[in-house]
Design a protein around this ligand. Structure first.
Ligand SMILES: [Zn+2]
Length: 342
């Protein structure tokens, strides 16, 4: 019986691979032929991750995390990280794909690519290694990573070798945890940070001189509300920082899947179960409005209670503050609209 199984295993694998490749080719072609909505794109992308995961053994959420990280770099800094056309954002330079001395940088011929030391691989089984083909690109990426080994630790080592940047490794690890937790790429929903029924007021104050201490410009929006009003995560994400900071008081930092850092400061306390590494979704209470900050841990009451909400975009090496006011307004509107529909 064992022998029969063994003799069947290879043909079964081949059959499985062919089926998968066929599906992958089809989805890649579908992506090219018609303009897909963002939801359809995420659906097709997930299929691609699943296929390459079955072929290589790398979990889909690891592939998704690297791909999403590359996408966020492109949107933060399109000059430095030009956006790749297609479903997959992972990019290879032509000379790496085709080989540094290949006279044809757009080469798709596996033989000559190998001869010139290129890494391009054929993922969809059409006999070509095409840098414009999503399946080929993702498969090549996965195979590059597999050279180190199969464990989570090996994957982390491969990330180190690939990026030479501890921030990148950390981000991809955070994204992978978020994707694994929710088991979906559909993580775009947002809510307003305070419950809509609570009393609050805010206006655009980004870039103003600070009202309380500090010489830097005001990097955020102050939302005035009563002490003890729940502060909710506006996005899907992972708690990156929790604790005391001299200016921010009790504060929480949440990293979302768009590589944006959400900063909630001056809290009166933290919700139970909120720790560094905790995964949150829109509406999860992280703490309560307070007036902590501007002194030793526990200092409070130097200003009226409010939530200081900041947004920072990771551009690869540093986080850049941007005005949260338009996003807050939009999420507030969207949440009202969603409530009315119910
Ligand atoms: Zn503030």
């Amino acid at each position: 019986m064992k022998r029969l199984y063994r003799s069947l295993r290879l043909p079964l694998c081949v059959l499985l691979t062919i089926t998968l490749l066929w599906t992958a080719v089809n989805s890649a072609q579908a992506a090219e032929s018609v303009k897909l909505s963002p939801e359809q794109q995420r659906y097709e992308r997930r299929l691609l991750f699943e296929n390459i995961s079955l072929m290589t053994g790398i979990p889909w959420y690891c592939l998704a995390a690297v791909d999403q990280y590359e996408r966020t770099l492109s949107s933060a800094n399109p000059k430095k990280y030009p956006k790749r056309e297609g479903l997959i954002a992972i990019r290879f330079p032509d000379e790496k794909w085709a080989g540094p001395f290949n006279p044809n940088p757009q080469d798709t011929d596996l033989r000559t690519i190998r001869m010139f030391g290129g890494i391009g691989q054929d993922g969809d089984g059409d006999g070509k290694a095409d840098i414009k083909n999503d399946t080929d690109v993702l498969y090549t990426f996965a195979m590059e990573f597999l050279q180190k080994g199969y464990s989570d630790e090996d994957f982390t080592i491969s990330l180190w070798d690939y990026y030479h940047n501890p921030r990148s490794v950390k981000r991809i690890d955070q994204f992978a945890k978020i994707y694994r937790h929710f088991d979906t790429l559909e993580l775009t929903r947002h809510v307003f940070t305070l419950p809509l029924r609570s009393n609050y007021s805010y206006r655009s104050t980004w870039g103003d001189a600070r009202g309380w201490g500090g010489r830097r410009i005001h990097e955020g929006t102050d939302i005035f509300a009563n002490h003890g009003v729940p502060v909710r995560s506006t996005s899907y994400g992972i708690i990156e920082i929790k604790g005391w900071n001299k200016y921010g008081g009790w504060r929480v930092g949440i990293r979302d899947i768009h590589n944006i850092y959400h900063y909630y400061a001056h809290l009166s306390g933290f919700n139970k179960g909120i720790e560094e590494g905790t995964i949150v979704q829109p509406g999860d209470v992280v703490g309560w409005v307070g007036s902590s900050g501007y002194g030793k841990p526990g200092t409070q009451g130097k200003f009226p209670p409010h939530l200081h909400y900041g947004l920072y975009r990771d551009s690869g090496l540093v986080d850049w503050s941007f005005d949260p006011y338009p996003s807050l307004k939009q999420w507030e509107r969207e949440e009202y609209r969603a409530k009315r529909k119910k």
